[in-house]
Design a protein around this ligand. Structure first.
Ligand code: ZN
Length: 291
């Protein structure tokens, strides 16, 4: 029996990708208005914001709206980079950790590199990923910040499954480095449910939730994501496993659908929250007492 009898309270967040064309302030205000506990800030929007305002302005906005920041994302393609790019990633990590510390955000997210220079063995990818994640953790730990590592399921990425991502995180073996699991990437890369069942819940920092159109995996991409519950991703099956391992961390709605970007971000944030709560059986859809 996979279902946990305890209905674990799961905090809900929204990622700024869901409202990609809105600016940072709108992301924060729309998330707060929709009633999310937390928001994930996109680094590109953060940089735009800081061109005319300060980190203190951001702190004031967060205090005014009463919402917490779950993560700043993303350190893009952290592995298999040139020396110059690698140095830039380390510098960006330091900058994002400074800001995270100032605004009380616990996580900076990272994703693995693409295999631009041809295929690598899993062993080579493990060595490279462990090396870079240790460097990022060395930077983050003095700030009290943790690094989330999110595998990317699409072909051409170096870490396409939870199976491999989790192995890397376990080998890094630091409290400051953990997995981020995205429902879309879990499905697209054909991660195994066994990897989910074997996960130490402390090594899972964030659960990104979204759905996807019913298309062959080779035709799926980020733009085919949907509100949770509208597509074919195994959200229910994944949530059952997360409950079974005792995961009590946050879920964050992350959708990259251009159709939603054309809509009112306040409406999108609300619709995403309702869809996520329904798909996860939390919030007003929690099944309390039905046992
Ligand atoms: Zn994600």
């Amino acid at each position: 029996m996979l279902e946990s009898r305890i209905n674990i309270a799961m905090k809900l967040s929204i990622n700024g990708a869901t409202t990609m064309t809105a600016d940072l302030e709108t992301d924060i205000r729309s998330a707060a208005a929709a009633g999310y506990d937390l928001v994930e800030l996109r680094s590109n929007k953060l940089y735009d914001y800081l061109e005319t305002r300060t980190v203190d302005d951001l702190k004031a906005l967060l205090a005014e709206t009463g919402i917490g920041v779950l993560s700043i994302n993303t350190l893009e393609h952290i592995t298999w980079r040139s020396d110059e790019d690698h140095a830039a990633i380390l510098a960006e990590c330091k900058k994002l950790c400074e800001i995270s510390q100032a605004i009380g955000c616990p996580y900076v997210l990272s994703v693995p590199g693409a295999l631009r220079q041809g295929p690598k063995t899993d062993e080579e990818t493990i060595v490279e990923s462990v090396r870079v994640l240790n460097e990022l953790a060395d930077i983050a730990e003095p700030y009290g910040i943790k690094i989330g590592f999110e595998f990317l399921g699409e072909a051409g990425n170096s870490v396409t499954t939870l199976d491999l991502g989790s192995k890397i995180v376990n080998l890094v073996n630091r409290d400051s480095v953990g997995n981020v699991i995205d429902t879309y990437h879990f499905y697209a890369g054909s991660s195994s449910f066994e990897a989910l069942e074997a996960l130490d819940p402390k090594k899972l920092f964030i659960f990104h939730i979204n759905d996807a159109e019913d298309l062959p995996k080779s035709e799926l991409n980020d733009s085919k994501r949907l509100y949770p519950g509208l597509g074919i991703l195994p959200i229910t099956e994944m949530k059952q496993r997360l409950d079974a391992i005792g995961y009590d961390g946050p879920a964050s709605v992350e959708i990259f659908r251009p159709e939603y970007w054309e809509q009112d971000p306040f409406e999108v944030a609300k619709a995403a929250k309702d869809a996520a709560e329904r798909a996860l059986n939390i919030g007003k859809y929690a099944a309390g007492g039905s046992w």
